[in-house]
Design a protein around this ligand. Structure first.
Ligand SMILES: [Zn+2]
Length: 285
């Protein structure tokens, strides 16, 4: 098993996490104290640290007005490479796990983002895609916003069985109503020993996924909770969040065919990953 640097923690199950809650609460108070003290003392909202995306000492700029709760995950932007904390930690963790997965092409469920550009420079042959609407054939190239983008529906991928070494899916699965079908497709297309590295809203302290919206019997969207929209690189309207995951996502991964699952969390002042812990859901085929 790959050793991870300080700040990254591996969790096998909800039970393991629940058993460590007292310890985590203490650690979390320490993290909160660090963040509050830094916010109070920083003359400019800029944190010094090591950027794992561009591999050097950097300054991370926190967005947002003084007095408002900052969006730690979507800012703390590196002064060299422009990557946010979310992008930096995602690229970082993949680099740490890359040597452990089956060889083969890497597929990323995004293509029109700075993170895809960064990964593409590192991984020749990286496959990227966007969802470009119903009626487009999987694997087809479509001109959109001056870019030539590959269309894929993650619930019906065009890739062959057992053809991929790794799949990276960052903040996509919460927008897919039939997310279990997407997990089955990820399992189908990965080689034995292949890696799925996934992020999505994840309730660390909860067992059960929260369904916010679903597709009703009439094919329309049925809202069970007030709608929440996330940013979308291809549209200014944003994209609906159908669900926020919890530990039962690991059970769903096992049911889809993943041999081993875990959650890897990270929080690190040295790397500029602040806010709550950043959870990554990991499946090994
Ligand atoms: Zn950087």
């Amino acid at each position: 098993m790959t050793d991870l640097p300080h700040g990254f923690l591996r969790w096998k199950s909800y039970a393991e996490f629940a058993g460590a809650q007292a310890l985590l609460a203490q650690e979390w108070r320490g993290q909160q104290a660090f963040q509050q003290q830094w916010l109070a003392n920083a003359r400019e909202r800029v944190l010094g640290g090591w950027c794992a995306a561009c591999g050097r000492d950097a300054l991370f700029a926190l967005d947002g007005a003084v007095g408002e709760e900052p969006n730690w995950r979507e800012s703390l932007t590196c002064n060299h490479c422009g990557m946010t904390a979310r992008w930096r930690s995602s690229a970082h963790l993949y680099a740490l796990l890359a040597g452990a997965h089956a060889p083969g092409p890497v597929y990323m469920t995004e293509q029109a983002t700075p993170l895809h550009a960064l990964m593409r420079a590192r991984l020749p042959g990286l496959i990227g895609s966007e969802y470009l609407g119903p009626g487009v054939a999987g694997g087809a190239l479509v001109e959109r916003h001056g870019l030539s983008l590959r269309h894929e529906d993650v619930t019906a991928l065009s890739m062959a069985d057992a053809s991929l070494g790794a799949i990276l899916s960052f903040d996509v699965l919460e927008h897919v109503p039939d997310w279990r079908a997407a997990l089955r497709e990820f399992a189908r297309t990965l080689k034995p020993g292949g890696l799925l590295l996934l992020t999505a809203p994840f309730h660390f302290g909860a067992r059960d996924t929260v369904v916010r919206a679903r597709i009703g019997a009439d094919g329309g969207i049925e809202h069970l909770l007030p709608p929440v929209y996330h940013g979308d690189p291809l549209s200014t309207d944003g994209v609906l969040c159908y669900q926020e995951f919890a530990w039962d996502l690991l059970d769903a991964l096992a049911a889809a065919g993943f041999a081993r699952t875990e959650v890897i969390s990270c929080w690190s002042a040295a790397y500029g990953y602040l806010g709550g812990v950043h959870p990554f859901i990991v499946g090994w085929r």
